[in-house]
Design a protein around this ligand. Structure first.
Ligand code: GAL
Length: 570
């Protein structure tokens, strides 16, 4: 990997806040002369050639699009993206290509990436498209393939560090990007099990009953999540126990721990005026209110310490070992909530920079509270250089195919994502959704808004039990894959194109993924009569995971009630 400093980079960039940042320069073939850059009124512009046939992937947790070739993306933090424009819980200015390289732009600005544009030439004939095409598809193809450049605009900035990574496969490239931020997350064994998050209106007794039910019903589960109800005020948060519903917080947590559970508490950082933290955090917060609370600036050591110390004494010291850091993105389409981009934070960051860094800084603060305690927690916004933090992304969106695309796309950018089961539209939906969470980075049932247990309500407890048992059977494999992630940066969940980069068939497959080292998962969606086409990359030998029977590579048609899984055997 090699860093190219173009112009004068900003002060507040992701690398500055990445605890495990580890830049080890090596030679790359990519010529520096490929970069053209200039300062414009809009910001800093970087351009470089895109050779014909270049396919572009990545840019963080993009739920709406897989292959970004030819697209324009603006990498905005947003909890409710409505189109393929780059909005995301976790946008990351890092892309990879099928041409042996990937690039990371170290910026906290909402950068624009134009993934294939043609520049004007002085020579008229060079501006014309050679040949032309008869059909619309041909015409667009020709347009896309001639003299293309990728153009990047970093608003307001006067420069940027660009890191170039090279490798034969996209997996090789992504590994290096992940190693730049210290490798993959350190995840405890219990984090690889199931997490059940209880209805937000349940009190301590009802949650304890649910924990008992899971044990009695032989449903394997390692983590119990407590939603907003534990706070005395939740929107904004006090971070103080609601003693009416939870009169004995320590006893409650101990009960769950004695039953073998790990305990995870929901919160967001917007601090309630009645919280004991409010006055202490006030001077270290931004100049706008969000959800009626102040927004702490976690880049300031004093704010981080105040927040972490409180969480340690109120929660960690009584046994809590994980948190769900909610609402640290913002919403532009549903309610326009969140602090404005023009906000000012005491560190000197503006709202745009703080939005990009908020989830990471918040996660680091919570890791301080946890001290040496291992965790596998949740966060709703995180960005660049985050691979070494043990936090999994989730969303309030719920489109089944988008959730699967999230599993596939997260691996391009050092992110972990759970396509949580929140509620179900029927029995088939319940089973099919449980199957995908079982084969993802976190097996999460987030029944926060559900006065019941989804598989009990939908009468499929037997099937649910089998699916969770399948997950637990995967744990040794996940353990090995997460250890490898930590040591080498190889993500446990990967798009097919990551390992099989030279196979053009994989350039469009956004509904299958590689799981750990040797498995390929191809979920079946509800409403398909239990059928789908599956692509098994050629050049590898595959067997059916359940039966060990050999399966031809290439496209096959399958019909099954199970989730199709294949094992690579060569
Ligand atoms: C949402 C979050 C949900 C749930 C809910 C509780 O913001 O995405 O998973 O935690 O808050 O109010």
């Amino acid at each position: 990997m090699k860093k190219f400093t173009l112009g004068t980079p900003d002060e507040f960039v992701p690398s500055k806040f990445c605890d495990n940042f580890n830049y080890v320069e090596t030679d790359v073939k990519y010529p520096e002369s490929n970069f053209r850059y200039r300062k414009t009124k809009a910001g800093f512009v970087v351009e470089f050639p895109m050779e014909p046939g270049t396919q572009v992937f990545g840019f963080g947790l993009q739920l709406k699009q897989f292959n970004h070739t030819g697209s324009k993306l603006k990498l905005c933090v947003n909890s409710d993206p409505v189109s393929k424009n780059g909005d995301s819980h976790a946008p990351v200015p890092f892309f990879v290509t099928n041409k042996g390289y990937g690039m990371y732009f170290d910026t906290a600005r909402y950068a624009d990436f134009y993934c294939g544009k043609r520049k004007k030439s002085m020579k008229k004939q060079e501006n014309m498209i050679e040949g032309g095409g008869d059909t619309e598809a041909e015409l667009y193809k020709i347009r896309l393939e001639n003299d293309m450049v990728m153009s990047v605009l970093i608003p307001i900035s006067e420069g940027v560090d660009v890191y170039v990574f090279e490798g034969d496969t996209i997996t090789d490239i992504v590994k290096q990007y992940n190693m730049l931020s210290g490798g993959g997350a350190d995840v405890p064994d219990w984090g690889l099990g199931m997490m059940y998050r209880c209805y937000t209106r349940w009190n301590a007794e009802q949650i304890k009953k649910t924990a008992d039910y899971l044990r009695e019903a032989d449903i394997p589960c390692d983590m119990i999540g407590v939603e907003p109800g534990w706070h005395s005020h939740k929107y904004p948060c006090t971070f103080e126990w609601n003693l009416e519903g939870f009169p004995d917080p320590k006893g409650f947590v101990s009960y769950l721990k004695n039953k073998g559970y790990h305990v995870n508490l929901w919160e967001h950082a917007y601090t309630h005026p009645e919280s004991c933290l409010y006055d202490k955090l006030y001077p270290y917060s931004g100049d706008y209110i969000t959800m009626s609370g102040i927004v702490p600036d976690f880049s300031i050591p004093e704010a981080k310490k105040i927040f972490a110390d409180h969480h340690k004494s109120e929660c960690v010291d009584i046994g809590v070992d994980g948190f769900k850091l909610d609402e640290c993105d913002s919403g532009d389409y549903v309610g326009s909530w969140g602090f404005p981009l023009l906000s000012e934070f005491p560190s000197g960051m503006d709202g745009e920079q703080y939005h990009s860094l908020f989830g990471t800084l918040y996660s680091k603060t919570i890791l301080d509270a946890l001290g040496d305690k291992p965790t596998y927690s949740l966060v709703r916004q995180i960005g660049a250089l985050a691979s070494s933090y043990p936090f999994v992304l989730y969303s309030d969106l719920y489109d089944h195919r988008e959730f699967v695309r999230g599993v596939v796309n997260s691996g391009f950018a050092g992110l972990l994502w759970s396509p949580e089961v929140r509620f179900c539209f029927g029995t088939e939906d319940c089973i099919r959704r449980l199957q995908i969470v079982a084969m993802s980075a976190m097996c999460l049932v987030n029944a926060w808004n559900y006065d019941g247990i989804p598989w009990v309500v939908h009468e499929c407890e037997e099937e649910a039990r089998e699916i969770f048992k399948l997950r637990y059977k995967m744990i040794p494999r996940l353990r090995a894959a997460f250890d490898k992630y930590k040591a080498t940066g190889k993500p446990p969940m990967r798009a097919l194109v990551m390992d099989y980069t030279s196979d053009p068939e994989t350039y469009k497959i956004d509904d299958q993924w590689l799981f750990c080292d040797d498995l390929l998962v191809a979920p079946i969606f509800p409403g398909t009569e239990d059928q789908r086409d599956v692509y098994l990359p050629t050049g590898a030998k595959w067997v059916n995971y359940y039966t060990d029977e050999p399966v031809e590579s290439g496209w096959i048609h399958v019909s099954t009630k199970d989730i199709p899984i294949y094992r690579r055997v060569d």
